[in-house]
Design a protein around this ligand. Structure first.
Ligand code: AMP
Length: 187
């Protein structure tokens, strides 16, 4: 099963992606996690990505797409995967479709976690105050939300037109949300 999980920053996407991918026995591919691992390891990719991440900007499509292409070439993705945080731009949607077509594959499901944005931003700002990620200043949090609304939220319309999109209520306990996602996937 090839799945994309979408939702605004702070919607609990990472937590859900981990739970659901484990349950389905497919790899969880988080572009944010791969970037962070590269930043930590001081790789050339990490050095390139860090300046964008710290500013709450998107890493350029060319860099991100090449990284995902490499990851999807790994044999563990043959039975499927759950993408978390990718695609985020229209160009990434197109590139992903092209990568999958090369493997004679296509997406099966796109899940959008819907949340109360004000509540999410509130929570993120509080977490930032308590010492969170380096990209967690209030200004950067707000910028990431704006970028999501502008660049990424429109992607759901693309996937909806393709008949791939299911919206899932992302508010509530971790277990409840996970159960809703699995139900939307027919599990
Ligand atoms: P995340 O953990 O998904 O919130 O990602 C953290 C940061 O990594 C983002 O704020 C971006 O700077 C970068 N990033 C992750 N995924 C992408 C993507 N698909 N396109 C561009 N930048 C990304």
């Amino acid at each position: 099963m090839r799945i994309v999980l979408m939702g605004p920053p702070g919607a609990g996407k990472g937590t859900q992606a981990l739970l659901v991918s484990e349950r389905l026995g497919i790899p969880h591919i988080s572009t944010g996690d791969i970037f962070r691992a590269n930043v930590k390891g001081g790789t050339p990719l990490g050095l390139e990505a860090q300046k964008y991440m710290d500013a709450g900007e998107y890493v350029p499509d060319s860099v991100t797409n090449a990284m995902v292409r490499d990851r999807l070439d790994d044999p563990d993705t043959a039975p499927g995967f759950l993408l978390d945080g990718y695609p985020r731009t229209v160009a990434q949607v197109d590139d992903l479709a092209a990568m999958l077509a090369e493997h004679d594959a296509a997406l099966d499901h796109v899940i959008e976690l819907t949340v109360d944005l004000e509540e999410v931003v509130d929570r993120l700002v509080k977490r930032a105050g308590a010492g969170g990620r380096s990209d967690d200043s209030e200004e950067v949090i707000r910028h990431r939300q704006e970028l999501f609304a502008k660049e990424t939220a429109p992607l759901t319309a693309v996937y909806e037109a393709q008949g791939l999109l299911t919206r899932v209520d992302g508010m509530g306990s971790v277990d409840d949300v996970a159960a809703r996602i699995l139900a939307a996937l027919g599990r």
